[in-house]
Design a protein around this ligand. Sequence first.
Ligand SMILES: CC(C)(COP(=O)(O)OP(=O)(O)OC[C@H]1O[C@@H](n2cnc3c(N)ncnc32)[C@H](O)[C@@H]1OP(=O)(O)O)[C@@H](O)C(=O)NCCC(=O)NCCS
Length: 159
Amino acid sequence: MITIETSTDYELIADILSRSPALIRPPSAGKLRAMPKTTFFLALYNGAPSGVSCIQKLDFWHSMTKYLFVVEEYRRRGIAGELLSESVSHAEEVYHTPVVVATTNVDNVPVHMLNRRHGFRICVRFKSPLSENVLLLWVRSGVSSPSHEMEPEEKQLEV
Ligand SMILES: CC(C)(COP(=O)(O)OP(=O)(O)OC[C@H]1O[C@@H](n2cnc3c(N)ncnc32)[C@H](O)[C@@H]1OP(=O)(O)O)[C@@H](O)C(=O)NCCC(=O)NCCS
């Protein structure tokens, strides 16, 4: 059974993240503890720590989900999906930010599928300043159908 809980056990989270191949420099417990406006989620599979993620409020509009990782032996059981859902819900219901962003490597296909399934779309493709990697910036907006029509109030503002 999968359980997702919020966690401030930064030593444990840093230890789990030290196994992630997606991180060039896995963060220390101190770095995680110092991240402002950030909530960490710990996944337990039948009670065993099996994955992590976090959501960080960036500003009035945006939150960023980061550090998604599932321990190899627990993969393909829906844990990452649960962690991502929890991050997105927290951004919307606790931080009240309408936009959630995420970054991935351009060739990390598993996480692309996951992001699409959770409503993220690719916004920007860019070369990482830290490595040779090409990265994608993903955006998820709670606004279900973006409209290019002006609202009546906007029309009134037109000169
Ligand atoms: C990417 C990762 C988080 C997925 O974790 P997971 O718990 O196995 O993912 P889930 O079981 O929730 O899978 C959800 C969906 O993601 C996609 N997916 C996950 N692993 C996949 C794989 N190896 N190949 C293709 N698609 C995959 C599928 O669409 C899957 O749905 P399905 O099982 O119904 O087909 C995990 O593989 C991981 O930790 N990788 C290393 C770290 C990493 O890349 N993190 C992301 C950094 S941006």
